[in-house]
Write a protein that binds this ligand. Sequence first.
Ligand SMILES: Cc1cc2nc3c(=O)[nH]c(=O)nc-3n(C[C@H](O)[C@H](O)[C@H](O)COP(=O)(O)OP(=O)(O)OC[C@H]3O[C@@H](n4cnc5c(N)ncnc54)[C@H](O)[C@@H]3O)c2cc1C
Ligand code: SF4
Length: 316
Amino acid sequence: MRPFTYERATSPADASAKAASIPGARFIAGGTNLLDLMKLQIETPAHLIDVNGLGLDKIEETPDGGLRVGALVRNTDLAADMRVRRHYAVLSRALVAGASGQLRNVATTAGNLLQRTRCPYFYDPNQPCNKRQPGSGCSAIGGVSRQLGVVGTSEACIATHPSDMAVAMRVLDATVETVRPGGATRAIPIAELHRLPGDTPHVETSLERGELITAVTLPKPVGGAQLYHKVRDRASYAFALVSVAAIVQPDGTGRVALGGVAPKPWRVEAAEAHMKQGAKAVTAGLLADARPTDDNRFKVRLAERTLAAVLAEARG
Ligand SMILES: Cc1cc2nc3c(=O)[nH]c(=O)nc-3n(C[C@H](O)[C@H](O)[C@H](O)COP(=O)(O)OP(=O)(O)OC[C@H]3O[C@@H](n4cnc5c(N)ncnc54)[C@H](O)[C@@H]3O)c2cc1C
Ligand code: SF4
């Protein structure tokens, strides 16, 4: 690990201003992703700004009947909150499908959204990787790509976003609240938080330098059967090959987002018009632009079958 300096931020605005002005500064929350990357020297921040003491760890009801989840709320606490379990069950289910109990006790809402890909070549400094070292090439294209993306990918990068929680937040139409270095705040629809790789896969989000996530707001509950199915190579401690977050209403309409297939939680609203026709029709719309590799072609069929299982369960 390279030497670095450390400080505790005193307010969200202070954290944001310092992160923007100090070269090589990064926020640290639970540290479960960032510290691993630092140990491997994949990330080498010169200065860490600890945002744990900023009071951003509350879950509060909003005036319009939604829920505001502080950026520092731990994954365990969010999954266990009775309001979340009752009204946003897809979120609670996605959270408990992720990582392990110990990790969820430490991992935070913002850190989970901003965790980096699990592409094996990204974690191997001896291999070219456009995301780790822009312009060096992509080892996964033509390499081992079983775990990687089938849609939303590019000639420069086929990595997936690893978060389970983000897939549920996408289907719930969450909004990410931030404070910018000048002190101004903004609200970003979760659909616009993560960027597709294009030819700049190292630019992963729409956040500007130093912008701090302060909360994630969930709109008022939409009801329905809310399910999250995650298919993975082992029952625990594994990232999704494919996951499905779905909200299915009694009349058969609903919403669907996929995880494990794209560089961001993958939702195509137009595909949801086919909900009553079943999984095949919805998946055809969701993955119409899929460009799988020979290694991961199975994910297209797996997504359809996983969605079929979700719809069957939702309809009882
Ligand atoms: C063995 C293992 C298995 C795992 N399995 C899964 C899994 O199955 N599913 C899953 O979804 N996840 C899984 N994870 C990932 C885990 O959920 C993430 O590491 C965790 O959610 C990150 O949260 P954190 O608070 O520790 O983030 P940190 O490591 O502290 O930060 C992550 C990133 O977010 C930035 N950041 C943190 N807070 C803010 C903020 N408020 N504003 C702006 N930037 C911020 C940091 O600068 C950093 O870049 C696994 C992790 C491990 C180690
Ligand atoms: S898929 Fe993306 S993260 Fe993986 S090696 Fe290629 S550029 Fe790097």
